[in-house]
Design a protein. Structure first.
Lengths: 158, 158
DNA sequence: CTCAGTGCAAAGGATTTGCATGCCG
DNA sequence: CGGCATGCAAATCCTTTGCACTGAG
């Protein structure tokens, strides 16, 4: 399954005349093993010094353009996760306090109702939807206990 | 209706020992008359030189804390709109190309289904939802005609 | 008078880019 | 070999902050 992700990543990069280098592979690995979207500092920390900021940003851009990675804008900085077709369709719980993001899913019939509504929207407005986003914004269970927690970097509090 | 918004804004600021100054009033005016969330450059442009960047940011922060304005993170920069209880509940069509945002609404029964699902999520995860966000990401009708359009600033192309 | 609000300029922080070097194909 | 990927450092862009000044109560 994870090798399948690498396989897909490889082919999508190839399709854009890009290489699937060790650095890019490691980024995909880290995103694959994480249960939720990662900020760049988090990614660098998980890589334990083997990734460099600027190259990581560059590689994330390449991966994003190849459709392997998706970039999210949460709070003041970006978070990255695998493209949806490499994971299961899911949505995000976003904590207003610590800016951490957790995945969740809704029942299939609700997703179906949403899709149905989007078709109507598209027809009415001429907007061509690519995907949707159903985020819940609030306070995560952890910050519920520690009011005011906010690390700024998106890293776990010390 | 618009004077009602000012009235509410006034009282919410007062509740935080803040004044409802001419600058703040103008920001609320501009947000009220716009049909969609505005970036800061857009706001300044609409104000035609009568607003200053740093003060506008500061006032938007004050208005946000008072619950008059909501800040969105779209793409690389922030966009601002009136708080939801000063408008109707709505969602956003976000154009991947020009980063412009348009409001839309879904049927009430679908909103009800969503709320229902969120209650379940909250119980399962301990996450305490404040509000939700149902964005459609794709290409707006305008960019569908002009592929690749992206002004960077969120301002309309020249 | 006093203190919050304002404008200007400088600082800050996330992200991007220029450039010389290293390595894959 | 040739060109893309990499790392470092400097630059960029949005946003925030420091500071002196102004105006309302």
């Amino acid at each position: 399954m994870t090798s399948e992700v690498h396989d897909t990543a490889y082919h999508r990069l190839r399709a854009q005349d890009q290489r699937y280098t060790a650095n890019r592979r490691q980024i995909v690995d880290l995103l694959t093993s994480s249960t939720n979207p990662l900020s760049l500092p988090e990614l660098l920390e998980l890589a334990n010094g083997s990734l460099v900021q600027s190259s990581a940003y560059r590689n994330l851009s390449v991966l994003e353009e190849a459709g392997v990675v998706r970039r999210l804008a949460v709070g003041d900085f970006a978070r990255f996760e695998l493209a949806e077709d490499l994971t299961e369709h899911h949505h995000h719980l976003i904590c207003d306090s610590c800016h951490r993001v957790t995945d969740y899913r809704v029942p299939a019939d609700l997703e179906a109702s949403l899709e149905h509504a989007f078709v109507a929207i598209a027809q009415q407005t001429g907007f061509r939807p690519d995907h949707h986003r159903l985020d819940l914004i609030g306070t995560c269970s952890e910050c519920g206990h520690r009011p005011g927690a906010d690390t700024g970097t998106g890293l776990a509090p010390a």
